[in-house]
Design a protein. Structure first.
Length: 226
């Protein structure tokens, strides 16, 4: 398409970058960025976000951060992409620090956030969080086996931001408990996943049972269920 002289839309560029990230094709992802630079094309917010995601998934979180730092305007999606990049593919500590910056607060070592309550949404960073933010944060906690911090972040979801945890958050907490050797607690938190109208109750029961088998190491029962 490029060789024929046709210009691509933002949607096309994002689709290509997303494909490169999912398949960890760094070389092809770099060529897309090079093409944008050579044609003096201005990178839109959506393209930069896709670029952050691509570089992170290709294990070049350092380059993703360069793209993020160069952005003069950021929305929730690009903050998510950079936080998830740090937490899942890079240095989790950088993810925690960026999360604290996102909420206009300071982050202590145990995961406690002190927020500047005088800043209104839209001023400074002041970006509202949602469930995706905490998927990355809890994943980082599980990677580093930071139980106290993970518990604090999990509590902040509903205590500080009124975000209702979903199955992904409970699963991350179960992984965290397992990582520090508390397999019984991991099983219990999976069993405590609340019923959600979007998930059939029967499916939730099977998930709870399979989760318990996984975290308690009951392979035989798990195979029988499957």
């Amino acid at each position: 398409m490029t060789k024929t002289g046709l210009s691509s839309s933002d949607t096309t560029v994002v689709s290509v970058l997303t494909a490169c990230g999912r398949s960890a094709r760094l070389k092809e992802g770099r060529s897309v960025r090079s093409s944008l630079i050579k044609t003096l094309r201005h990178s839109s917010l959506i393209i930069n976000t896709a670029m952050i995601d691509m570089y992170s998934k290709c294990r070049r979180v350092d380059v993703a951060k360069v793209v993020f730092d160069m952005m003069s305007v950021r929305n929730l999606a690009c903050w998510h992409a950079m936080i998830l990049g740090h937490c899942i593919h890079g240095n989790p500590e950088d993810g925690f620090n960026l999360y604290a910056k996102m909420v206009d607060g300071t982050c202590s070592r145990d995961g406690q956030i002190s927020i500047n309550k005088h800043i209104k949404p839209g001023e400074g960073q002041g970006i509202f969080q949602d469930e995706i933010t905490f998927v990355g944060i809890l994943c980082a906690g599980a990677r580093c086996e930071l139980l106290i911090e993970g518990r604090n972040y999990f509590s902040q979801m509903f205590d500080l931001f009124s975000i209702k945890p979903n199955f992904a958050h409970y699963w991350r907490m179960a992984n965290l408990f397992t990582g520090v050797g508390q397999v019984q607690e991991a099983s219990e938190i999976i069993r405590s996943v609340p019923v959600n109208e979007d998930v059939p109750y029967e499916s939730l029961l099977w998930v709870r049972l399979l989760g318990s088998c996984r975290f308690l190491g009951n392979v035989i029962l798990g195979e029988q269920i499957v």
